[in-house]
Design a protein around this ligand. Structure first.
Ligand code: ATR
Length: 273
């Protein structure tokens, strides 16, 4: 019998996940389907009951449920319990197991492009849920140090403590205090939502060069102001869609236990722009 998958969240109508996974099913001739299912904030428990009733085989979770969903899991894998947020769930006979593929999804483009993380100095802008998975990723890949810059200093401080627990040399600053220091870092990541509405980058990239890696996790639009500024400096650019693709590939492999058709999924994703 065909398998059924979903992505849950709110808003959900612009999600690219159904396209990406459906393309993979077509490519591999799998008799599976993937739907977008809107579950508003406060209705997660009933929503999950509904998914169990239709015997969903697995689902992705996006804003605003990634943290609350932890309550409804029967099991968690290592990344999920470490990060404290879940974006992928498998359902085996009613037993829900949670994973966090954002961390490996974030790291995937570095691997693909053979870019080194070990021993690097990182500037991370943002201290929300996505930033937490990214910190865990940098710890896993053994970066040397991480400076966390956030609008709200308290959240940057909390995330900095988390980074230290994972063995990173970490400190926290306000975004406004980044000023002209971007050039002191090997890797600069925007993990805020700034750019989604075509806003200007919250930091200056003055002084960076062609060796600096600049990574924006905002994927819509593809060319954010942050990415444009990085390109002006000939920096090495990683687009938000690459992380989106990376997490989708991992989720696919968790659910289907076979290698994901990366190129077909990438093509479907880029077709969505
Ligand atoms: P996500 O799960 O996508 O990380 P989140 O947890 O709500 O979402 O985090 C959003 C991040 O974007 C936070 O770091 C937030 O900064 P605050 O902690 O100060 O709220 C940041 N952010 C959102 N809008 C911003 C803006 N206009 N300027 C600067 N930072 C902003």
């Amino acid at each position: 019998m065909g398998k059924t998958f979903a992505v849950i969240g709110d808003p959900i109508n612009h999600s690219l996940s159904p396209n990406i996974h459906s393309a993979a099913f077509r490519e591999l001739d799998l008799d599976s389907s993937y739907i977008a299912y809107r579950i508003p904030k406060g209705e997660l428990e009933e929503g999950i009951e509904g998914l169990k009733k239709i015997k969903i085989d697995g689902f992705n979770i996006t804003i605003p449920h990634k943290i609350e969903m932890m309550k409804y899991l029967d099991k968690t894998d290592e990344s999920c319990s470490l990060i404290g947020a879940v974006n992928t769930v498998s359902n085996k006979d009613g037993i829900l197991k949670g994973y966090n593929t954002d961390m490996d999804g974030f790291l995937e483009p570095f691997k693909k492009k053979e870019l080194n993380i070990t021993g690097t100095k990182v500037l991370l802008i943002g201290a929300g849920g996505a930033a937490r998975a990214i910190v865990a990723g940098f710890a896993k890949a053994k970066a040397k140090s991480i400076t966390i810059a956030n609008r709200t200093l308290e959240k940057a401080n909390n995330l900095s403590e988390f980074a230290k627990k994972l063995g990173l040399d970490a400190n926290a600053i306000r975004i406004d205090d980044v000023k002209d220091t971007a050039k002191n870092y090997d890797i600069i990541v925007n993990a805020t939502s700034v750019g989604l509405k075509n806003e200007q980058s919250v930091i200056s990239l003055e002084g960076i060069d062609e060796k600096t890696v600049v990574y924006d996790i905002v994927y819509m639009p593809m060319n954010t102001d942050f990415i444009k500024k990085a390109k002006e400096k000939n920096a090495i650019v990683i687009y938000g869609y690459e992380m989106l693709l990376g997490q989708a590939v991992r989720a696919f492999e968790i659910w289907h236990n076979i290698e994901a058709p990366y190129n077909a999924m990438k093509k479907a994703l880029l077709g969505g722009f």
